[in-house]
Write a protein that binds this ligand. Structure first.
Ligand code: ADP
Ligand code: MG
Length: 227
């Protein structure tokens, strides 16, 4: 059932200098993500999950190796091209929602579409469709502060996929939620991925959620390995 490769890390290295010493986080990491699949990234704190997601999302450059998004080798590209690829191909979700507090849920989801140049009517239609997929269609007119934690995260997921990226990268998206709410949020995310052919890489500490994903990988010895 695996679709085509939408994200590929090949021989990726990332080292951080710490005074006299060097901290090697990734040492030749290889990974492929396919459309239609959800992969759990499960590893202890400090092993490099966020680092891996930032590299995959073109927010950082690897020290060696290559990151391919939708078939493009991205490392050597000018920053403008990397930004354009990131905006069109990649959606991000963080542990904390980072929604704009003065705008409604609907407006938060419309925003990236308006920035991308979509007419307001189309952006609004797509935003309310996404809220429906996330099963919070009735919450569109509420501001983030009026939503529960689980609802906020579902809005954040809808916003991340508003411009129909190929890849969704999520950094502990349910880390701030109770297990039952985390499960609801994951249900919605799963439905979205399966109906849209999106691919998702989700860093999580929640083993119940990881067990429900298509595959599980961890970071061991600076490499990405399945388990
Ligand atoms: P995780 O998300 O798995 O908790 P991170 O990717 O955030 O891990 O960090 C991996 C390691 O790299 C940690 O030891 C962290 O302190 C270190 N690190 C992350 N970013 C930097 C940076 N910009 N400079 C120096 N060290 C960093
Ligand atoms: Mg992290």
């Amino acid at each position: 059932m695996a679709g085509k490769t939408v994200l590929k890390l090949s021989g990726v290295e990332r080292h951080y200098g710490q005074g006299e010493t060097t901290l090697s986080i990734l040492k030749g990491a290889d990974f492929e993500l396919h459309s239609g699949e959800i992969v759990a990234l499960v590893a202890p704190s400090g092993t490099g999950k966020s680092t891996l997601l930032h590299l995959a999302g073109l927010l950082e450059h690897p020290d060696a190796g290559e990151v391919f998004v939708g078939g493009h080798a991205c490392n050597g590209l000018p920053d403008d091209d990397r930004t354009a690829i990131r905006r069109s191909e990649i959606g991000f979700v963080y542990q904390f929602h980072h929604l704009l507090p003065e705008f409604t849920a609907l407006e938060n989801i419309m925003m990236p579409q308006l920035i991308a140049g979509l007419p307001e009517r189309e952006a609004k239609e797509r935003a309310s469709q996404l809220l429906d997929y996330m099963r919070i269609g009735h919450r569109g007119e509420h501001r983030p502060a009026e939503l529960s934690g689980g609802e906020q995260q579902r809005v954040a997921i809808a916003r991340a996929v508003a411009n129909a990226p190929r890849v969704l990268l999520a950094d502990e998206p349910t880390g701030n939620l109770d297990p039952e709410t985390a499960s609801y949020v994951f249900d919605a995310l799963e439905a979205l991925v399966k109906q849209s052919g999106l691919a998702a890489l989700i860093a999580t500490h929640n083993h119940d959620l990881a067990a429900r994903m298509d595959r599980r990988v961890t970071i061991d010895g600076g490499k990405v390995v399945g388990f």
